[in-house]
Design a protein around this ligand. Structure first.
Ligand code: NOJ
Length: 736
């Protein structure tokens, strides 16, 4: 029952092979091989190309260290044959792919996985992805994405774990463990790639690739903890990001890539650029040409170049000119070769072309994907209509009800829609379904079929409306400035409402949308994100009530896009809101300038979000009682122990997510109003209660302070055990 996640324990669970006897042996092998290599062969290892057969001659000539986007086992074997049998030293290539939330069996998008608050199911998802992708010959995935995302306009919020550094770290570590398994040399393991280093999610205005302005303290306190946790957990590789921070593009950022990652963290893995992010330093105006960009990225500490072609074209020249030292080249090649040895590619470069058929969509993979989708959907509103237990005939409508490709979400090159179970298919097993799509796709503005939908709803006991976003509307380069439901989807919900029948809305989307106006027109709303291959079955179980929803919001849901960015763990202004602020329509005409309270809020949308981080309902109710601290004066070496009684006060079995937050009241720099430090998913029968006990070492209250030191500052703190980031009654404690 007690499944409290111990962050420190998890982050040290994996260790580098490099620090072990096996690691020493690998280092010796790397040394021996490097002693035989020419400078050209070394440079070749630092080059990643995208494609398969068309790169074979480059591979045979020793000009390629890695191939990206090759997925066919026969093709991969042909490429490996060229590397192993035709290149002078027979060094295998490493094949990479963006396996982001599943290879064939698609799990919910990472943001949906984060909403499970269940690292175990997330780890399982990554394991399934590794088993399926490695069977096709892919041994390197560009995942997990650890970018903290506070602005839902940014399309890539879909690919990460949301806004909270603690949740981000736990989910990232779970994925690293799942991909890499216990041993990278196991043929079912894939090297993880933690990305994008760093600060990419802070893109100004949520516009992808945009500049960021992040102070070093904010980087360290907010954007880097997940990278550090995954680096400590043995993540094998890391990708630089496209953005610049305060004028320095990440791919040329020596502070990030050398001072911090190598010298301070002691990380020994391999660094790759993002796609042409070295070359893009020219567009940034940081490098004058590709040669200059190459010089900057190698010297900043980047080992492998993805697709700028700058490394193969210019490194040799730059070495001759003395602009890059051979030491930098050796560092990079050592990191690359070490990875290849760790993956066992020298012993085992080929893949069995029959292997995929044995593992793709295996029943246990589909079961895990369904479990993840079940835990991921968040119940945002329910006036009692859900679950639909008594209804016999239901109307199913909406552009996402039967959209097998769309419900897979972004970055699903290899998931095959014909394996998808859509909500329509699944609901047909439980109900007499009237199917009336209403709209053709999410952006459809054609309202000519809505009258038909109203009529069809009138014939049903209840209606379930599946709205949201097509897969293409979120993910890389898919930022939006308007987050209302696209097309005529809000009109569709209203059309169903006109029937007078109970209306359940299910949102299938890649990001938090601004759904306030739609909430008014429905009796219940489930937010499913893009739920993946088994999304339909999972949603049918929740709608029918076989399982109670247990997902919680991994990002704050805003009322209107003008509130972005919005996140729960913000600093306080000097004029925090009291909650009684005057709003636009209450302002008297000719009101005096100072009559509005002078606090930090919007006159039109108020102070609070629509739903806070951590929020989510279920089909039962829970009460928190007897919250108590073991002691309320602690030393820096103590452990804060908080107990609490949780009772299922409703009439259905359900899962609650008990969340522990703290606040450091006074710091040498302003501290966030709340920070998530622990959580526990607890499943209880009606009437059952459980005593929860949370343990938080005081050392985990440390932060980067005014002197840029990572310390616990003595003083007064508050702690909450609560169902979300905006409720609960705090208790006080002191650190001496
Ligand atoms: C660009 C994306 O930013 C990155 O996340 C991805 O891994 C690479 N392309 C490779 O496809």
């Amino acid at each position: 029952m007690n499944n409290i996640i111990k962050f420190a324990a998890i982050s040290t669970a994996l260790s580098f092979a490099a620090c072990s006897p096996a690691g020493d042996q690998i280092d010796r092998k790397v040394d021996e091989l490097m002693a035989k290599m020419t400078i050209e062969e070394k440079i070749g290892q630092m080059n990643q190309l995208s494609g398969g057969y068309n790169t074979i001659e480059d591979v045979a000539a020793g000009r390629v260290g890695s191939i990206h986007n090759c997925v066919d086992a026969e093709e991969i074997n042909a490429v490996q044959k060229a590397a192993v049998e035709r290149s002078r030293l027979g060094i295998p290539v490493i094949v990479s792919r963006d396996v982001i939330h599943g290879f064939r069996t698609i799990f919910p998008i990472p943001l949906g996985q984060a909403s499970t608050f269940d690292p175990a199911i997330v780890e399982q998802g990554a394991r399934v992805a590794a088993v399926e992708a490695s069977a096709a010959g892919i041994r390197w995935t560009f995942s997990p994405m650890l970018d903290i995302a506070r602005d839902p306009r940014w399309g890539r919020v879909a690919e990460g774990s949301g806004e909270d550094p603690y949740l981000d770290a736990l989910m990232g570590v779970a994925m690293v463990k799942g991909y890499q398994g216990d041993d990278l040399s196991d043929p079912t393991s894939m090297a993880a790639c933690i990305k994008h280093f760093a600060g990419y999610g802070a893109a100004e205005g949520g516009r992808d690739y945009n500049s960021t302005m992040i102070s070093e303290r904010s980087l360290r306190n907010t954007y880097l903890p997940a990278f550090k946790a995954c680096a400590d957990a043995g993540a094998a590789t890391l990708m630089t990001s496209f953005n610049e921070i305060d004028g320095i593009p990440s791919t040329g950022n020596t502070f990030l890539l050398k001072d911090l990652l190598r010298d301070e963290w002691g990380w020994k893995g391999m660094v790759v650029t993002d796609w042409n992010s070295s070359g893009e330093m020219i567009a940034h105006g940081f490098a004058k040409d590709l040669k200059h960009a190459t010089e900057l990225s190698v010297n900043a500490g980047v080992d492998m170049d993805m697709m700028s072609h700058g490394y193969v074209s210019y490194i040799a020249e730059l070495v001759k000119e003395g602009k890059i030292s051979e030491k930098e080249i050796d560092r990079a090649v050592r990191n690359i070769l070490r990875l290849k040895f760790e993956l066992g590619l020298f012993e085992n470069p080929y893949v069995d072309p029959q292997a995929s058929a044995k593992v793709d969509y295996a029943p246990e993979h589909l079961a895990a994907a369904k479990q993840c989708a079940l835990e991921s959907a968040i119940l945002l509103k329910n006036n009692g209509v859900l679950p639909l237990e008594k209804a016999r005939t239901i109307l199913v409508t909406g552009p996402l009800a039967d959209a097998p490709y769309e419900q897979l979400g972004t970055w699903t090159f290899d998931g095959q829609p014909e394996h998808t179970v859509t909500p329509l298919q699944a609901l047909r097993k439980d109900y007499n379904v009237i199917w009336e799509p209403g709209l053709g796709y999410s952006r459809d503005k054609n309202t000519s079929n809505l009258a038909k939908v109203t009529a069809a709803a009138s014939r049903a006991d209840a209606a379930v409306v599946f709205v949201g976003e097509e897969a293409i509307l979120s993910g890389e380069a898919h930022s939006l400035s308007d987050l209302n439901l696209q097309g005529a989807q809000s009109e569709l919900i209203k059309a169903v409402r006109r029937s007078g029948k109970p209306v359940v809305v299910v949102v299938i989307a890649g990001r938090p949308l601004t759904i306030e106006r739609d909430l008014e027109n429905c009796d219940a709303m489930l937010y499913a994100f893009h739920p993946g291959t088994m999304g339909g079955e999972a949603l049918a179980d929740l709608i029918k009530g076989r399982v109670s929803p247990s997902g919680r919001l991994p990002m704050t849901f805003i009322r209107t896009v003008g509130q972005a960015p919005f996140y729960y763990n913000h600093n306080n202004s000097g004029r925090p809101c009291s909650g009684n602020e005057t709003l636009l329509n209450d302002i008297p005409i000719t009101a005096g300038q100072t009559s509005l309270g002078c606090t930090s809020y919007y006159l039109d949308s108020g102070y609070g979000p629509l739903f806070p981080f951590g929020y989510g309902l279920t089909y039962s109710t829970f009460s928190y009682s007897d919250i108590a601290l073991e002691k309320n004066v602690l030393s820096k070496n103590d452990v804060l122990r908080v107990k609490c009684r949780l009772t299922n006060t409703g009439s259905r079995k359900a899962t609650e997510l008990a969340q522990l937050y703290v606040r450091d009241l006074v710091g040498s720099v302003v501290r966030p109003v709340r920070e998530l430090k622990r959580f526990e998913r607890v499943t209880l029968e009606p009437g059952q209660s459980a005593e929860l006990s949370f343990e938080l070492p005081v050392s985990e209250l440390a932060f980067w302070n005014a002197d840029m030191e990572y310390v616990v500052e003595p003083g007064d703190f508050m702690v909450w055990v609560a169902p979300d980031s905006d409720s609960g009654t705090p208790l006080d404690f002191k650190v001496e």
